[in-house]
Write a protein that binds this ligand. Structure first.
Ligand code: IPM
Ligand code: MG
Length: 372
């Protein structure tokens, strides 16, 4: 298959983790005889520094004219600590989502057997957790009208949803549930918010077309609690933009590190794949950023183009790396100096020569006197 992929590494650890995902995609292209072409473009704080715009027109054009977008991370402390900044890196990501119509953000959450002890939650609570979060991504409070009064003392953000916006992601969530465990949980705040009541109504109507799928409802405050009390009860979680942002970070605790969570953002025309973690500025350039979320996002990219074997090959290689403790310090208690690119190298090698994995394991540790 020929795939033209726009690569937007962005800020902080974005470039170093994205490098590993590209490395792994190149290994897949070689093994399975595909032709993947990568075009790099700036986004985020780095694009503000260079072009005065977090999403330059040329970057948007590249994204729209390519088959898929591989995204790193955006954000910089100089903007986080300055609420009066008019131009912010995050605006680039939000505009990209909106302009490309990426209305459904899919975030899988899984407890890996080999990492059960890395989560602060009890092992028997998280073992076998397998959730797919469907977060609406181009509506709600993120995109509603924003206002600040002239005296600067009153501010508001409007949370608005249309039936159409709710319907299209609801269909995707129900279709996903059909190929999983046939359950959708709508997370909302229908006891307080009008927009949530519209979600309940519309989702209930759409559910009638999927009689095999069970639908239940949870208020978001309760859902936040259930997520850590009994995460196994969830199959597909469907929710609006901001609730999805919050509960997906919470859910990352189940896997043991936010550095493991991948995501796909899809619409009718375009698709983008990005780790859910942010730019982690303190770690930039230190080689400690976990590249797995970015690598698993590349696997979701392959799934999107129905290259299922290829995607599963990446997942097998990632699981092997986790089993052998070839992981960055956020997960590693056994070895202390396995870098971002070493993890990428191992996964790349495993894809190219799965039988030689033990050999690679030895190579990985050569020269690391502290760990042998
Ligand atoms: C995410 C991030 C973004 C969001 C930020 C960076 C704007 O937290 O993708 O979850 O809030 O959607
Ligand atoms: Mg977030």
């Amino acid at each position: 298959m020929n795939l033209n992929i726009a690569v937007l590494p962005g800020d902080g650890i974005g470039p170093e983790v994205t490098d590993q995902a590209v490395k792994v995609l190149k290994a897949i292209a070689m093994e399975y005889d595909h032709n993947f072409k990568f075009t790099y473009a700036p986004v985020g704080a780095i694009a503000i520094d260079k072009h005065g715009d977090p999403l330059p027109e040329s970057t948007l054009d590249i994204c729209k004219s390519h088959d898929a977008i591989l995204f790193g991370a955006i954000g910089h402390p100089k903007y986080d600590n300055d609420p009066s900044a008019k131009i912010r890196p995050e605006q680039g990501l939000l505009k990209l989502r909106k302009e490309c119509g990426l209305y459904a953000n899919i975030r899988p959450v899984k407890a890996y057997d080999t990492l059960l002890d890395k989560s602060p939650l009890k092992q028997d609570i998280i073992k076998d957790t397998d959730i797919s979060i469907y977060r609406e991504l181009t509506g709600g409070i993120y995109f509603g009208k924003k206002q600040l009064s002239d005296d600067g003392n009153t501010a508001s953000d409007l949370c608005e949803y249309t039936r159409h916006e709710i319907e299209r992601i609801t269909h995707l969530a129900f279709k996903a549930a059909k190929s999983r465990r046939n359950k959708v949980t709508l997370v909302d705040k229908a006891n307080v918010l009008e927009s949530s009541r519209l979600w309940r109504k519309v989702v209930g109507e759409v559910a009638k077309s999927y009689p095999d799928v069970e639908l239940d409802f949870l208020f978001v405050d309760n859902a936040a609690m259930q997520m850590i009390l009994n995460p196994k009860q969830f199959d597909v979680i469907l929710t609006e933009n901001m609730f999805g942002d919050i509960i997906s970070d919470e859910a990352s605790v189940i896997g043991g590190s936010i550095g493991l969570l991948a995501s796909a953002s899809v619409g009718d025309k375009h698709s983008m794949f990005e780790p859910i973690h942010g730019s982690f500025p303190q770690a930039t350039g230190k080689g400690i950023a976990n590249p797995v979320a970015s690598i698993l996002s590349a696997a979701m990219l392959l799934d999107h183009f129905e290259l299922y074997n290829e995607a599963n090959t990446i997942r097998t290689a990632v699981e092997k790396s986790l089993k052998l403790h070839i992981t960055t310090p956020d997960l590693n208690t056994k070895y202390d100096n396995i870098t971002t690119s070493k993890v990428g190298d191992f996964i790349e090698d495993y894809i190219n020569n799965p039988e030689d994995s033990n050999l690679n394991f030895t190579n990985i540790h050569l020269g690391q006197s502290t760990i042998i």
